[in-house]
Design a protein around this ligand. Structure first.
Ligand code: DMJ
Length: 427
């Protein structure tokens, strides 16, 4: 689906298998990594997808199991991603050939631009690559991206989805919490949390961005549903993508660290968005949600276009149930998760696994014959965590990357030691 080495499902599911205690399957997967993972594959690989699925998957596998094999592979792969950053601004291009090291921009991205959700979703993994390799280069690359984004002017405080890696300017004024923008915002609050709450810059950027999002994108439908619209140069498109449903969980985990008087406000907003996303499932015939749902022409959380009616085993709605369950322990989130389990079993299970479906509004199900690797890394893991005790991968110790790969919080004491080391070296 996105180029890159073979074996996406194996790498993406290593930590899920391990957490679930599926020892035999985990050992098979580990052996495959040892004997067959080829990191020199030629072809068009997405920097973003390789980072979140492969680097993220290998890092988590290392942190959970302590197996050096995974650490070595993660660092080896990280090195192969570096040529994508060789641009005048240091903003990476979206596509890379791992074999040759050449990189280029997506043909469909206007004027050779890079995508916010792609270059903005590297921070967590790259900070850990520096931790594990003792090579500062990874952290430097992502800090440079942050520096540029801090400097550049933001229309109404918003971050458009397309940026030129050559000039460092926005290419279009399209803003979205769904596809093309989504995980950029997620990585701001998670960078802060993963730094043991020391990365003040990430924190400020997150809450400032949230204020702009609330002022410009958050809407209430005539039927009382709260949703995130998309913004096209000042004009609102009253559509919410399935992808944007991760934001319930994100706003929930960010509630504690903003202004104290806004804590309850953020928790309420997170709950409202999660409720809307549940409605998009509940209003369909299969009880699975469409790829995008609308709030115009009389629609309320339903897809109005044929092309938006599919479901490809995406995790975002279940992800928000899991976060909201841990934050509130309101049993409705487990009930909603169980509804999803039943719908997946009924409509998506096929002989050899699970498949996406072409239309969530018909019971005569048509399968798309595809099981995306994120079904194993995210959808099933979030469901498993939703029904587990809170101390399994506790939020006190772990932050999940955008593909649900757990990464440990880097403790303040380690960060202080590193800062002292850096100071001594520079003296
Ligand atoms: C996943 O690969 C990640 O969650 C990413 O951030 C966007 N969406 C897919 C799953 O829908």
């Amino acid at each position: 689906m996105f180029g890159g080495p073979r074996g996406a499902s194996i790498i993406d599911s290593l930590d899920t298998l391990y957490i679930m205690g599926l020892k035999e399957e985990y050992n098979d997967a580990k052996e495959w990594v040892q004997t067959s993972l080829d990191l020199n594959s030629n072809g068009e690989a997405s920097l973003f997808e390789v980072n979140i699925r492969y680097v993220g998957g290998l890092l988590s596998a290392y942190y959970l199991t302590g197996e050096e094999l995974f650490r070595n592979k993660a660092v080896e792969l990280g090195e192969k991603l570096l040529p994508a950053f060789n641009t005048p601004t240091g903003i990476p291009r979206g596509v890379i050939n791992l074999g040759s090291g050449t990189s280029w921009s997506w043909g469909w991205a206007s004027a050779g631009s890079s995508i916010l959700a792609e270059f903005g979703t590297l921070h967590l993994e790259f900070v850990h690559l520096t931790e594990l390799s003792n090579n500062p280069v990874y952290k430097e690359k992502v800090m440079n991206i942050r520096k540029l984004l801090n400097k550049i002017e933001k229309p109404h405080g918003l971050y458009p989805n397309f940026l030129s890696p050559v000039s460092g300017n926005w290419v279009q004024h399209h803003v979205s919490i769904g596809g093309l923008g989504d995980s950029f915002y997620e990585y701001l609050i998670k960078s802060y949390l993963m730094s043991d709450k020391t990365d003040e810059d990430a924190k400020t950027t997150y809450y400032t961005a949230m204020e702009a999002i609330e002022a410009n994108l958050v809407q209430k439908s005539p039927g009382g549903l709260t949703y995130m619209a998309e913004w096209r140069g000042g004009i609102l498109d009253h559509k919410m993508g399935h992808l944007a449903c991760f934001s319930g969980g994100m706003i929930g985990i960010g509630a504690d660290d903003g202004a104290p008087e806004k804590r309850q406000h953020y928790l309420d907003l997170a709950a409202e968005i999660t409720h809307t996303c549940h409605e998009s499932y509940d209003r369909s015939t299969t009880k699975l949600g469409p790829e995008a749902f609308r709030f115009d022409s009389g629609a309320e959380a339903t897809a109005t276009r044929l092309s938006d009616r599919y479901y490809i085993l995406r995790p975002e709605v279940i992800e928000s149930y899991m976060y909201m369950w841990r934050l509130t322990h309101d049993p409705k989130y487990r009930d909603w998760g169980w509804e999803a389990v039943e719908a997946l079993e009924q409509h998506c299970r096929v002989e050899s696994g699970f498949s996406g479906i072409r239309d969530v509004y018909t019971l005569t199900v048509s399968h798309d014959n595809m099981q995306q690797s994120f079904f194993l890394s995210e959808t099933l893991k979030y469901l498993y965590l939703l029904f587990s005790d809170d101390d399994l991968l506790s939020f006190e110790d772990w932050v999940f990357n955008t593909e649900a790969h757990p990464l440990p919080i880097i403790r303040k004491s380690c960060l202080q030691d590193e800062a002292t080391e850096e100071k001594t070296v520079s003296e």
